[in-house]
Ligand binder design. Structure first.
Ligand code: ZN
Ligand code: ZN
Length: 547
């Protein structure tokens, strides 16, 4: 049995997550469910990322305190995750006392180990607003790619991490004025000290997807710069260094530590406060992250460097499943321009289960994916409803109507029966090989292909005619079709937990049995077993009018 920590990018709670952010939480949920079904030991953790300048900006705009804003959004997210059946072991927040304590302890240790130093730095300062302008309080043109809306901390276009003073034509986000430059003492993390070790780690990690590997190697070759750790902001975690009163830790450099602190909180809540070490200090643990490509630097370079700087035996990220972007009608999701779909509005259009399906079906694993309402409707109506829903419903209805709800006994098998039997037997291995390679999208598509093959089997066999001429052969057909329904009910469960629960119920199988992934390839229905009442799993939807 393996041990896993499954992490996903923490939603930044200046607003509710849109689908492009939500897909990472969903991917983590699907993956954790898959691993558990295989009998692996898993903790899946994430939470709300709630410090930093964008939240301060949003709170000022709304006339509330940053904490009032994040309290409200955190609560809403927790409720929405329920509605989407996202069941993580811990969904916490960066205002959690455990996270604050852990962050301060870690940085004290890194400081004592000699990787933190102070320096007087020149920072953009707005004379009108009488404040320093760190990170997103200043905007301008990216010096690397020329993108004009680059923010002080990172360029959204080329993905590079920036220093606010690097920006060409900088502007204060509050008043639009040109900032002056003023000196302030700050604490720095000596990231360049880890360049050689990180280069080796990245080169030797064969798991990393191409985008993460290439991006990180390019960055390492360009040379790492020390990272400013502190900010002149009140909203954040107080910096624990001598003389750093009034300064807070930069949001990005504490939120990434949430993976560990959320695991510690999980251990404390489960009454075994040391249990997190079984995962994070055990070199056999596989540490997996589901993130967007814009988060690669923090997960492949900065987070591992911080863990190395503690001199504690942390397990470093093993897989960083960094997907490309989901575009909305060809454009980047943007809150300010109201482009995209947010997780609360999405539920007004279709149930969470439908979104789980469509988002994994378009998961941008190799290139950007384009979300359109027309495609959403087509995925639901053709794949979920016509292929999967229809196969399950026609099979179970036929057993109900023609075999008195009892799974028929198979007779002698011909070529077509053998083929469908083989398909069932090979399905768990075939899908697992894709999921083990983090190809969630192809894994799901392969399961839907099984349902398609089931429909084809029924159409070719025409049991509705056979039942009048060769009841035995019709029985064999329905036996294998029912077995395939059961197989689908297991393999789909990481993706569609609610639907598969319904399939189990309609098959009248005990849902509390310890079913494993591999059981999906073995016979599981005794001839004569009485099935339950078939009801349609899905319905068609019409949403094209929304676009
Ligand atoms: Zn750029
Ligand atoms: Zn200003």
């Amino acid at each position: 049995m393996g041990r896993w920590v499954v992490n996903s990018a923490w939603p930044y709670v200046n607003s509710l997550p849109h689908l492009g952010t939500f897909i990472h939480l969903l991917s983590a949920d699907v993956y954790a469910r898959y691993l558990r079904l295989k009998g692996e030991e898993v903790i899946a953790v994430t939470g709300s990322d709630e410090h930093g300048t964008p939240i301060e900006v949003e709170a000022i705009r709304k006339g509330v305190t940053p904490r009032q804003l994040t309290d409200q959004i955190h609560k809403q997210i927790c409720e929405l995750l329920e509605a989407y059946n996202i069941r993580l072991d811990n969904y916490t927040r960066t205002e959690s006392p455990v996270h604050i304590r852990y962050t301060q302890e870690l940085y004290r240790k890194v400081y004592e180990n000699g990787y933190i130093y102070t320096q007087n730095v020149n920072l953009p300062y707005c004379e009108t607003d009488k404040r320093f302008l760190p990170d997103r309080f200043v905007e301008g043109t990216c010096p690397h790619c020329g993108y004009e809306q680059a923010r002080g901390d990172q360029c959204d276009s080329c993905g590079r991490v920036l220093d606010p003073l690097e920006l060409i034509r900088p502007k204060c986000v509050f008043c639009g004025g040109t900032p002056t430059v003023k000196s302030s003492t700050h604490w720095f993390f000596d990231l360049p000290k880890f360049r050689d070790r990180l280069s080796t780690i990245v080169r030797e990690n064969k798991q990393l997807p191409e985008n993460a590997r290439n991006f990180s190697l390019r960055w390492l070759e360009e040379g790492l710069k020390p990272r400013a750790l502190t900010r002149d902001n009140k909203w954040g975690i107080p910096a624990p260094f001598p003389g750093a009163e009034g300064k807070t830790i930069y949001v990005w450099l504490e939120a990434v530590l949430g993976y560990v602190s959320a695991s510690i909180e999980w251990a404390e809540k489960s009454g075994r406060p040391e249990a997190w070490k079984d995962f994070w200090f055990n070199q056999d643990t596989k540490n997996v992250h589901f993130i967007g490509k814009d988060n690669i630097p923090f997960h492949v370079i900065i987070f591992p460097a911080l863990l190395l700087a503690t001199h504690d035996p942390y397990v470093l990220p093993w897989q960083v499943s960094s997907t490309e972007f989901i575009l909305f009608d060809g454009q980047k999701f943007s809150k300010s321009n109201k482009i995209g779909v947010w997780i609360d509005d999405a539920l007004k259009v279709a149930p969470g289960e439908y979104w789980r399906y469509v988002l994994i079906a378009i998961r941008p694993e190799a290139r950007d994916a384009n979300f359109t309402w027309r495609d959403f409707e087509s995925h639901v109506n053709t794949e979920l409803n016509d292929v999967l829903g229809n196969f399950v419903h026609r099979t179970l209805t036929f057993v109900n109507n023609h075999f008195d709800s009892a799974v028929p006994k198979p007779g002698s098998l011909d070529e077509k029966d053998q083929a469908i039997k083989k398909l069932i037997e090979e399905a768990p291995t075939k899908v697992a090989s894709l999921l083990d390679d983090f190809q969630l999208r192809n894994g799901l598509a392969t399961i839907i292909e099984l349902a398609r093959a089931g429909n084809q089997y029924l159409s070719e066999r025409e049991p509705w005619h056979l039942i009048k001429t060769d009841r035995g052969k019709a029985g064999t057909t329905l036996y294998f079709a029912s077995e395939l329904v059961r197989t689908l009910g297991i393999l789909l469960s990481p993706f569609l937990p609610e639907t598969t629960h319904q399939i189990q119920e309609q098959l009248n199988l005990n849902t509390t049995d310890n079913i494993t992934w591999w059981d999906a390839g073995k016979p599981g229905l005794e001839p004569g077993h009485k099935i339950g009442k078939p009801t349609p799993l899905f319905h068609k939807i019409t949403v094209s009018k929304q676009s």
